[in-house]
Design a protein around this ligand. Structure first.
Ligand code: DHB
Ligand code: FE
Length: 279
């Protein structure tokens, strides 16, 4: 059966991709951010996963506000990086883990989830940037992807508990999938940021630090918070952090925090990373 080899959490700020494209990664503004990912990248290279499950939100690129699914799962053969308005980026297409995706979709429906099933869809910075942070800029990606979209854009977003419950189905789906694929789960988004309204520019460093320290061992606290608590504590876009709960729920009750990094601000965001292994 397929095996979960670890879980990572990471921010997915679009200007990270722009910094890479413009060769700014070694400038004083960006170097401390990218340096923090060196151990995470090394961990990924050592662990050699075959499949990356990437949990992220679309940002008005593939779903606009006229139709926003609460949960969507990709079952495509290939996902193209979407042009977010600054021209196409030099990012290779992503090959889909198609059979595993279909198995996951089937298990979701069996367990009373109702996902939108996407046979053809492009992926934005929510997936692109985490892949670049952990796998660099290869000619072809060394893993297939299983993309999961969560609505964190438009009211009402799903509850943290619902994201947790989806993570449990994800774990069971992977562990009942035939073969010996090594699977890494990537929860993306956050940490604190608010890009709109009277609190635009809001960052909560103390809450971010507590999240990075607590997501391994204090997950009940974050699972039991309300959606409103997330917006209050992390900002309206910081509520993206609920997507890390899908990853955390797919891991064991006890995990080891292998790597952790925080840098603020990256663009408008408190940017963080963790690497978790099952204990
Ligand atoms: C920023 C952060 C995000 O998570 C995002 O999706 C878009 C923009 C930012 O800080 O600029
Ligand atoms: Fe985002």
């Amino acid at each position: 059966m397929a095996k979960i080899i670890g879980g990572v959490g990471t921010s997915h700020v679009p200007s990270i991709g722009a910094a890479l494209d413009k060769g700014l990664a070694d400038t004083p503004d960006w170097k401390p951010f990218f340096d923090g990912y060196i151990p995470g990248k090394q961990w990924m290279a050592d662990m050699k996963p075959d499949v990356a499950v990437v949990i992220f939100n679309d940002h008005g690129n593939s779903f606009f506000l006229d139709r926003v699914p609460t949960f969507a799962v990709g079952v495509a053969e290939t996902y193209r990086p979407v042009d977010e308005g600054w021209g196409p980026r030099n990012v290779p297409d992503f090959k889909g883990a198609q059979d595993m995706s279909w198995h996951f979709v089937d298990q979701l429906v069996e367990r009373h989830f109702d996902p939108l099933v996407c046979r053809e869809i492009d992926v934005d910075h929510g997936l692109q940037v985490p892949m670049e942070l952990f796998f660099g800029h290869p000619d072809a990606w060394p893993v297939k992807v299983l993309p999961i979209w969560v609505n964190t854009i438009q009211f009402p977003i799903p509850t943290p508990q619902r994201c947790w419950d989806m993570g449990k189905v994800l774990r069971d789906a992977i562990e009942s999938f035939p073969g010996d694929d090594r699977v890494v789960i990537m929860g993306t988004g956050g940490l604190s940021h608010q890009l709109q309204g009277s609190r635009a520019g809001f960052i909560n460093r103390a809450a971010d630090e507590a999240w990075l320290n607590g997501i391994a061992d204090n997950y009940e606290h974050y699972r039991d918070m309300t959606r409103e608590d997330y917006v209050e504590e992390f900002g309206s876009e910081g509520a993206e952090l609920i997507m890390w709960l899908v990853m955390r729920a797919a891991m064991n009750d006890k995990v080891t925090l292998k790597h952790r990094h925080y840098h603020a601000p990256a663009s408008m965001t408190g940017a963080g990373m963790v690497v978790l292994e099952n204990a």
